[in-house]
Design a protein around this ligand. Sequence first.
Ligand SMILES: Nc1ncnc2c1ncn2[C@@H]1O[C@H](COP(=O)(O)O)[C@@H](OP(=O)(O)O)[C@H]1O
Ligand SMILES: [Mg+2]
Length: 275
Amino acid sequence: MTDFVTDDMRLRLIEGVHAAGREVLAIYSRDFSVETKADESPLTEADMASHHALVALLGEVTPQVPVLSEESGEIPFETRRGWERYWLIDPLDGTKEFIGKNGEFTLNVALVERGVPVFGIVHAPVLETTWIGQVGQGASKWQAGETVPIRVRELPDPSEAPWKVVGSRRHGAEAFEAFCAGLPAHECVSMGSSLKLCLVAEGAADLYPRLAPTSEWDTAAAQAVVTAAGGEVLDATTLEPLRCNRQESVLNPFFIVCGQRDERWESALRASLER
Ligand SMILES: Nc1ncnc2c1ncn2[C@@H]1O[C@H](COP(=O)(O)O)[C@@H](OP(=O)(O)O)[C@H]1O
Ligand SMILES: [Mg+2]
């Protein structure tokens, strides 16, 4: 629960993220160059354009709050550890999907308070859709100018309706399949970027096991959306909610996103991790 984000601030942020999304779309629609970062991951002009637009936006709206971006370069833990509140952004999540032009990429802005993502905006420019969550105050989905409230769905009885499980297009396929092998009747869908968490938040999927590496900026905004929508993003081993800014490394543990806890998927998860 945060009372830091006012209605006026939320509107300015959504408008600013949409403006950054338009800059990204303009690059998406033409030829663009692709560089390779030190960790071998790709970087496009759009990652940097979005980074600059979002950093400028946050600097205008809340000049007193520090910003950590995937593209801002490392900020030592010694500096970050004292941050009670900060913005954590992934200017372009799903860069490989952006390059592959399948539309499954997002702009991500999270507000983190004492390590907990409490507010998030996830925007998918090609899908013209934005997910917004404010923990304790609910989540919503904006699409073509209309905003509707969203909530996770109740796990169905699998003999009546299969569980829907969403997975990455590119990462952790083997562990994902091992997890699914332990589930009752289910259907799988693949998706790029933080859209996977948003599907759980809006009740279009029940589970997203992420048994492969990610960083805190990949998940924080969508974690706030999921939590605000009544779901959870849990460490796959401890089943405790993911926290940010606890250590030098910004890597997340493996995790699972769910609407509800349930012994049937928890045992499938344990078995897949013990393989
Ligand atoms: N070895 C690794 N370490 C940390 N993060 C990784 C990783 N391999 C992939 N990722 C993260 O996974 C994200 C893509 O996941 P998916 O393919 O499921 O959409 C990438 O986001 P970016 O596109 O922002 O770099 C990247 O941050
Ligand atoms: Mg990312």
